[in-house]
Design a protein around this ligand. Structure first.
Ligand code: ZN
Length: 473
């Protein structure tokens, strides 16, 4: 099978096909050769239109989205018609054989849908009698307000943004030593940015294999987190409300085995009282550094249960936290309820985050905090590390009140407690110092979760076990 230059190999693992979520369809037209119909899609206000042509020597099946915007529909329709007509024109010239016929399959995937953006990838597979199958991909990005098809220039704030985007792309490419430049400085020419699409947390730009090559022979895709595009791409294209649940854009990455836990047992002294402060859902660009400053001032260690999709925005903050002695725990890639995921999706959530953290700190997370504390046997088994809930819930996200947070901590903390907070809450950053002072006055010392666990089952394998506190203390 020959892959054409615009192939999106990464996206080939995506699960969505146009028909999966269809719940009803209306038959529009049937003649001897061509059938068309419309179905619901899983996206609001978008239907799936299908056209199937069946002839003696060739057939085709085309799926494409139908929106509420005429201008978008016109662009899409003219594209699919062109593809179909080009196929038919060639197929009709080929000689009939008994066993073979020509075939076209054109399907699509919506990679992103927000108030302002519709991002689509079409995948086309063509086979003519006596020829190899050709696979092509085509990307379309629309402004849903204007109906306009967007090129990369339309996204950029100004001329300077072009250079900034080129710098980001170049840096990304240089991080992959296997790639070969075929054209010098190609990243400075925005004409080379024609194939881009919006994904859940990244803008993905695919470069032509005539410009750059990697050992696998696949087209090179630069994935840029949206947080790095502030000031480069117009805000309306970055900040609008996403209209679907998160997609599984992660590639199953190699599992990094947990490195040995740090030798910190000696820091635990019998007779002393210990607690573990934990901060979930970060890192936050402003509040996490503030929290780190407070922890440093009081010589306190804590555990940060980070989200992979935020880590990619703020790797330096994670690096700082790690270097200052704090534990970086896994809180998944983008905070799904793990009990609702397939095993594959679950592993993606865990491994992608683990790999990213390990690439920044050099150490894989040793503990997992499942979002919402939700877990079952599958989660426990696949986690392959201790699962950490909490015994003191500050409810900081709910009341956003530092006084209430202090009262809860003061009244419910015991020796061995694991205290749940969120480093994305202003009130938490504001109230942390009072909590540290209060607990210090009560005689507590602050250690990481992994250190606290060392007083638990010291001899047994604790992977897959759930801890709310260190109850042996
Ligand atoms: Zn969380």
């Amino acid at each position: 099978m020959k892959w054409a230059i615009f192939t999106f190999s990464i996206l080939a693992v995506l699960v969505t096909t146009a028909c999966v979520f269809a719940s009803q369809y209306t038959n529009l037209e049937t003649n001897s050769n061509v059938t068309t119909y419309i179905e619901d899609s899983k996206f609001p206000n978008i239907e799936i239109e299908t056209e199937i042509g069946e002839y003696a020597r060739y057939n085709y099946a085309i799926h494409f989205p139908k929106t509420k915007n005429d201008s978008i529909n016109k662009t899409i329709k003219s594209f699919v018609s062109e593809q179909r007509d080009a196929f038919l024109n060639h197929a009709q010239t080929l000689k009939e054989t008994d066993e073979h016929y020509s075939e076209l399959a054109l399907d699509y995937e919506i990679t992103y849908l927000s108030d302002n953006i519709l991002s689509i990838i079409f995948r086309e597979s063509t086979q003519f009698i006596g020829e190899d199958t050709q696979e092509n991909s085509y990307t379309f990005n629309f402004d849903r307000q204007t109906g306009e098809k967007l090129n990369i220039e339309a996204l950029l704030i100004d001329e300077e943004a072009k250079d900034q985007l080129a710098i980001i792309a170049k840096r990304n490419i240089l991080q992959n030593p296997g790639v070969t430049y075929l054209t010098e400085n190609f990243e400075q020419d925005t004409n080379n940015y024609s194939f881009f699409n919006f994904a859940d947390s990244t803008l993905n730009i695919t470069f032509d294999t005539n410009l750059i090559q990697q050992p696998s022979g696949e087209a090179y895709v630069v994935e840029i987190p949206y947080c790095k595009l502030n000031g480069i791409i117009k805000e309306s294209y970055l900040s609008s409300q996403v209209q679907k649940s998160s997609n599984e854009t992660a590639i199953l990455s190699e599992e990094i085995s947990n490195t040995e836990q740090k030798e910190t047992t000696s820091t635990l002294i019998p007779g002393e009282k210990y607690v573990a402060l934990t901060f979930d859902d970060g890192p936050h660009h402003e509040l996490t550094p503030k929290i780190l400053d407070i922890l440093k001032k009081h010589n306190a260690l804590a555990t940060f249960y980070v989200l992979g999709n935020r880590v990619q925005c703020y790797p330096d903050i994670v690096k700082r936290a790690y270097e200052e002695g704090h534990e970086i725990g896994n809180h998944t890639w983008d905070h799904p309820q793990l009990t609702a995921l397939s095993q594959e999706a679950l592993l993606q959530q865990l491994n992608k985050t683990t790999n990213l953290v390990a690439s920044i700190t050099g150490e894989a997370p040793a503990t997992l905090r499942p979002p919402y504390g939700a877990m079952n046997d599958t989660v426990k088994q696949l986690a392959n590390m201790p699962l950490i809930n909490w015994s003191v819930d500050t409810l900081d996200w709910k009341h956003k009140n530092k006084q209430k947070m202090l009262e809860i901590v003061r009244n419910t903390t015991k020796n061995g407690s694991i205290i749940l907070m969120h480093d994305i809450q202003q009130s938490t950053a504001d109230g942390l110092e009072d909590i540290i002072v209060e607990l210090t006055n009560q005689g507590y010392k602050f250690v990481t979760v992994s250190t606290l666990l060392q007083l638990e089952n010291r001899t047994t394998n604790i992977n897959g076990q759930v801890f709310n506190s260190a109850s042996n203390l």
